[in-house]
Design a binder for this molecule. Structure first.
Ligand code: RNT
Ligand code: ZN
Length: 439
């Protein structure tokens, strides 16, 4: 009797799934017609979508703790994850297992953005000025198995040698040299990943340096940072294997008065050294529009890295949602015709919810923002704009907002063999029941 019930259930599920698939296809066909009327080829847009990888940050798996020591470590350096939701990854095997689950629920092929503090120390711990490919070979092997590319970050926080609040810009030469060595090694490790995986690895430098209160040595610290970076960058790397980026910031908790690596500092440095600038959309004044920086910075820097995140009142690193700012960011990128010149990374860490769910909501939101931008009738709007037909232009912007975007998104998921709509919720709940809750 039970067996009969079970096979009935399975049959019913299959029928439901077929119904759902048919509906997704039907809705897509209708949406395609509507977009075609506005001059947009949705099939072509989906082909473009397929080519935009998102670099998924490893640090949402464990609230930025890292794998150098057992047990949880507070991130430090002015960044802070809050929340105590069960199921945080406790070791590299769990980080990889969680990431595999995440990739299985995302449309398209993506990358992993690893922090140096997530090295594999199973063959013995070494300090950060001693790491090399040894601690990252198992990561390269895993990435090969998964068929994904890797990006990399030096880790200059959560370490006794960053406790003074200064690393590359420290007044203490010993401290500076330690971190210079670390970052140099991280650039080598990035090249190692690029060579091993056959896809260029972006190495991003973010440092926590700054102070809580009035600082008379601002100039001195910035001069020291510039000198340290010059020493780091003096070693050439093969651009086929790795590319450098620097990430600016406004302030951090406990570092409210002064941040050494500010926007102006790194903008100047990146232009000077012809390297990438990383724009983290949480690293500016809350009312500042990072989207507006795209067309300005691209005049001087040919390629950019983004940390897509969601600041609430401050750089709170909330899970990305399809917010106006994220939409505007990708619209600006598409309008400037620079989608091929951006590297899209994510940067959020929230310990108050299912962490796998956080990745899926956040990554899908970034992808939706890209899709939304590509589905804009940009050519037609541009035509109106150039003819100064301001009413027509505004009307098209407005109409674009209510086009059947969701039908195209669902079809994109369906075509990629991943759950469409909110169907991923059940899968994540099951993973929570079977895996996360047992940690
Ligand atoms: C910190 C920066 C940086 C970090 C990661 C963990 O404010 O945004 O990108 O979030 O390096
Ligand atoms: Zn960031």
């Amino acid at each position: 009797m039970n067996e009969i019930n079970e096979s009935n259930n399975i049959n019913l599920k299959k029928v439901n799934e077929m119904e759902k698939s048919k509906r997704i296809e039907k809705f897509y066909e209708l949406a395609k017609e509507q977009y075609a009327e506005a001059g947009i080829d949705t099939d072509h847009v989906l082909e473009q979508m397929q080519k935009v990888p998102i670099s998924l940050h490893c640090w949402q798996t464990d609230d930025c703790g890292g794998m150098e020591h057992e047990g949880s470590v507070l991130a430090g350096g002015g960044i802070q994850a809050t929340g105590n939701f069960p199921g945080k990854a406790r070791n590299i095997a769990e980080v990889r297992m969680d990431m595999e689950k995440v990739y299985s629920l995302l449309p398209g092929k993506h990358r992993l953005n690893l922090h140096a503090s997530y090295g594999d120390f199973s063959r013995g711990w070494v300090d950060r000025d001693q790491i090399d490919a040894t601690q990252f070979t198992s990561w390269a092997d895993w990435a090969k198995e998964q068929g994904i590319g890797m990006d990399f970050n030096c880790t200059l926080y959560s370490h006794p040698k960053s406790e003074s609040g200064f690393t590359l810009s420290s007044l203490d030469k010993g401290i500076r040299d330690f971190w210079i060595e670390h970052v140099k090694r991280c650039r080598d490790i990035s090249s190692f990943f690029g060579e091993q995986l056959g896809t260029r690895c972006v190495h991003n430098i973010w440092i926590p340096d700054g102070s809580k209160d009035v600082t008379v040595n601002r100039f001195k610290h910035r001069a020291l940072l510039k000198d340290s970076l010059d020493q780091i960058m003096a070693e050439p790397q093969n651009p086929k294997f790795m590319a450098d980026a620097v990430e600016a910031k406004l302030f951090g908790i406990g570092l409210e008065a002064f941040t050494v690596g500010s926007h102006e500092f790194y903008l100047g440095y990146a232009v000077d050294k012809k390297m990438m600038l990383c724009l983290d959309i949480g690293h500016f004044h809350p009312t500042e529009q990072v989207s507006d920086k795209v067309s300005a910075v691209f005049q001087y820097i040919p390629e950019l890295l983004f940390h897509v995140t969601r600041p609430i009142r401050w750089d709170s690193d909330h899970v990305v949602t399809l917010s106006d700012e994220v939409k505007m960011l990708f619209e600006e990128i598409v309008w400037a015709d620079k989608l091929g010149k951006v590297n899209v990374g994510l940067d959020f860490f929230d310990g108050s919810l299912n962490r796998i769910g956080a990745y899926i909501v956040g990554t899908r939101a970034a992808q939706k923002a890209i899709l939304n931008a590509l589905l804009n009738p940009t050519d037609k709007i541009r035509f109106y704009e150039e003819k100064q037909m301001n009413f027509e232009k505004l009307a098209l912007h407005e109409e674009a907002k209510t086009k059947p975007f969701g039908a195209v998104w669902d079809y994109f998921c369906y075509k990629n063999g991943v759950p469409a709509g909110d169907d991923y919720i059940a899968e994540i709940q099951q993973y929570e029941k079977e895996v996360l809750s047992k940690r």
